[in-house]
Design a protein around this ligand. Sequence first.
Ligand code: SAM
Ligand code: ZN
Length: 310
Amino acid sequence: MSVSLFTCPICQSPLLPAVTNWHCDGSLNPKNISHGFDVARQGYVNLLPVQQKKSKQPGDSLESIAARQRFLQAGYYQPLQTLISQQLDQLLSTKPAQINSEQAKSSINWLDIGCGEGYYTQAIAQIKRFDTLIAADISKPAVLAVAKASKLTKNLWLNANNKTVIYPLVTSAAHLPLSANSMAGISSIFSPILPDAFASVLEDKGYLVIAKPDVGHLAEVRAALFAEVREHNSDKFLTELEPFFELIETRQVRAELSLSSAALADLLTMTPYAYRAQPEKRQALLAMAKEHPLVTTAKFVLYVLQKKAL
Ligand SMILES: C[S@@+](CC[C@H](N)C(=O)[O-])C[C@H]1O[C@@H](n2cnc3c(N)ncnc32)[C@H](O)[C@@H]1O
Ligand SMILES: [Zn+2]
């Protein structure tokens, strides 16, 4: 059986990347049938079989991806982007080169799950410490945006040996098409967290980096939208991660924002909880921001965890 980083989402056999069509070797398939997955013209591969789709267009919509792209490109969350890349750089700088005895070649592979349109993925690529950087999301418009960006800005996605590292994949976090123990790390930036699925593809002592909103995140926006403001509770997901992961560091970062009505509209479109607000409150807030920019603070927490030796 050949050694491959990727596995077939249908039969779990090793899956071999290629320029136009990825195919599995069928070795784990009772009939030894090989499955093929075309590389789309824009450069991404769809590894989400229909049976894993819970809706016709899973994940974030095109509208929400476009709003996030405009908002993030304007730099409002740059302090978080900088913290993520600094943190990963620091984690991997202490990592010995021989990290994966099962791979034919020792390689450093990173998965950014729920990558959205790739704002943080791009910053991760720029630390240039990877052989492979997998930008994965269940939303096709999201992965398409990453693929397009990586074609337009080729130089940003090269590793220290000038080799392209980025693999944009449509996949579900629950069914990762990746070999066991193959990833040096996973980042989940405001995205789903699946403790066993992540632990299974991570190497021993592999890293899991999670970003979440902190207490008081966008307090002024939420106070205007909701009668009662519910704070994010970190305990639940940390408890679920505990059997597999040890928390090694927690960092907080904030960004002071002054938002025009257009920027606020984008923020509300990309923020899932904003949909729960009454439309009149939303409209009133946007109308107010037309008069004066809305001043608020984005507050984030970055959790760094490490896989326990199981
Ligand atoms: C809040 S967005 C964060 C996007 C990006 N990380 C960022 O911070 O800009 C969450 C992302 O997770 C994706 N997502 C939701 N459920 C998923 C799943 N089961 N597997 C993979 N991605 C998923 C969505 O499509 C969306 O792009
Ligand atoms: Zn297969």
